[in-house]
Design a protein around this ligand. Structure first.
Ligand SMILES: [Zn+2]
Length: 493
């Protein structure tokens, strides 16, 4: 008969012991005491008493060995799970080593940023058991802490009209950014006097707040944004003498940009009053500079009108030529980001008075230029030659001998159809009276009307002279009816 204990001892019990030594815990202990031991007792309850005693002894040994193995193992694997705000970062053997890493991370960040760092998260520990091989590597734990912690720093936000445009690591950095925004506009006016005032149009404040380290702004990027902001469309009304070039200069833009924004306009055909679109950067912060300026400005003269009842309404003459004056002006010039937006005159001294222009206007109703149907004697003078045959030739007019320069008047109203030099007539005026009649005035020294002019009866049209075929100053006067010469004596004396 085979001994049933032997194979049992060598196989199952040995296995149980191995398992225990390998780190089975309380559960295994329970198993041993509750299940397997019960099983063993069950299995051997019918064996002889000696066998039972031996089995009981073996059970005691097994339990003893198991417990010792367990106890040794329990102490050796004691560890702590590291938690950062609830996240398990792995197990460490002692809390101290994890705390040291945690503090190192904080110190390194403080040194790197030169800032007092606060960690929002708390580090905490839970007792556990971990084999050496399963402990977290210190470097891995450090990396985990670095990536998990949210580093809060005392930041300084620049707030423009209630909107935060950036948070900076120091108040100085925020302040210096605002100064940099002002800089270019202070340089622009620096040629003259110190600006009287430099303001920011928007409400700009520096507000302290705790922010995560990685949300601190890059001052260069924020400056760029503040300067350029978004583009804004504005318009400019063209004034006399302006071109794209002069307008581009005013707004600190380029001719190309203006042409792009105004592709519907011909740059060579700008007229005063034209509206030009300006695509200008709308800065987030508007720097207002107020500067005292001094300049000379032309002062317009006034025009005064004098009335003269000896002149016709249609006549006017300049009695006194107007001359512009000059005044020296002191003003506060208000610029927004370099562009003049307002001017407040504080003093104005006239250095040269303007000379007012004086114009004389007639009040007399002008005579009608239509023919009356009767002729008036065209000049003062003695009739020296009449219409008819003279020295074997036909004399087609009436000669009035008088002194050189004596005024010649239109015999009736009408339209000048000729005014100029014509052969033997010399300087001559011909008037068509619109009723079939026309009159001619020859040998003039001076003509006062031009072809096409409407003249009224008695209007001074020329002066007596000696031009053309003439032997002394006189007026040769002709009258024609439908192109046929008439004897003027029938119409005038
Ligand atoms: Zn004559």
């Amino acid at each position: 008969m085979e001994d049933p204990k032997k194979p049992f001892m060598e196989s199952e019990v040995a296995k149980i012991i191995r398992e225990k030594i390998n780190g089975t815990r309380k559960i295994l202990k329970d198993k041993i005491s509750n299940i397997h031991i019960k099983g063993l007792l069950e299995k051997y309850k019918n064996t002889p008493i000696a066998k039972r005693a031996l089995a009981a002894f073996m059970i005691v040994v097994i339990i003893g060995l198991g417990y010792t193995g367990y106890a040794v193992n329990e102490i050796r694997t004691r560890a702590f799970d590291v938690y950062l705000d609830g996240d398990n970062l792995g197990s460490v053997r002692t809390q101290e080593e994890a705390l040291e890493i945690f503090n190192n991370v904080r110190e390194e960040l403080s040194q790197y940023y030169n800032l007092e760092i606060v960690f929002e998260e708390d580090i905490s520990f839970e007792p556990t058991h971990t084999k050496d091989g399963d402990l977290v590597d210190p470097q891995v734990l450090k990396n985990n802490i670095q990536s998990k912690v949210e580093v809060l720093v005392a930041g300084y936000a620049i707030v423009v009209d209630g909107e935060e445009i950036g948070v900076f690591k120091s108040e100085d950095e925020a302040k210096s950014l605002i100064e940099k925004v002002k800089e270019p506009f202070l340089e622009k006016i620096a040629e003259g006097d110190e600006p009287k005032e430099v303001n920011l149009v928007e409400d700009v404040q520096i507000v302290e707040k705790e922010v995560p380290l990685n949300t601190l702004s890059n001052p260069e990027e924020v400056l760029e944004y503040v300067r350029n902001g978004s583009e804004e469309i504005r318009t400019h009304i063209v004034e006399v003498g302006e071109s794209f070039w002069t307008i581009a200069k005013i707004y600190d833009t380029s001719v190309e940009e203006l042409e792009l924004a105004n592709d519907d306009k011909d740059p060579t055909k700008l007229k005063p009053g034209d509206e030009i679109r300006l695509l200008l950067p709308k800065p987030v912060i508007t720097v207002e500079t107020i500067q005292e300026v001094e300049y000379t400005e032309a002062v317009d003269y006034e025009t005064k009108v004098e009335l003269d009842d000896s002149m016709y309404k249609t006549q006017q003459k300049v009695k006194v030529e107007g001359i512009k004056g000059e005044s020296r002006i002191k003003a506060y010039e208000v610029r927004h980001n370099g562009i003049v937006v307002d001017k407040e005159i504080i003093d104005e001294k006239i250095v040269k008075e303007a000379t007012n222009e004086v114009i004389v206007k007639g009040t007399k109703e002008p005579p009608k230029t239509v023919a009356t149907g009767s002729f008036t004697t065209p000049t003062r003078g003695r009739i020296t030659s009449r219409y008819g045959m003279r020295w074997g030739r036909m004399h087609r007019g009436l000669d009035y001998a008088t002194s050189h320069g004596t005024p010649i008047k239109a015999a009736d109203g009408g339209t000048v159809t000729y005014a100029g030099y014509r052969g033997g007539y010399g300087y001559m005026v011909e008037i068509s009276h619109g009723n079939g009649y026309s009159t001619r005035y020859a040998h003039c020294s001076k003509l006062l009307v031009k072809k096409g002019a409407k003249v009224y009866k008695g209007q001074h049209i020329a002066n007596v002279g000696n031009s053309g075929n003439s032997t002394g100053p006189h007026l040769h006067f002709e009258v024609l009816k439908n192109g046929v010469h008439q004897n003027p004596a029938k119409f005038v004396r």
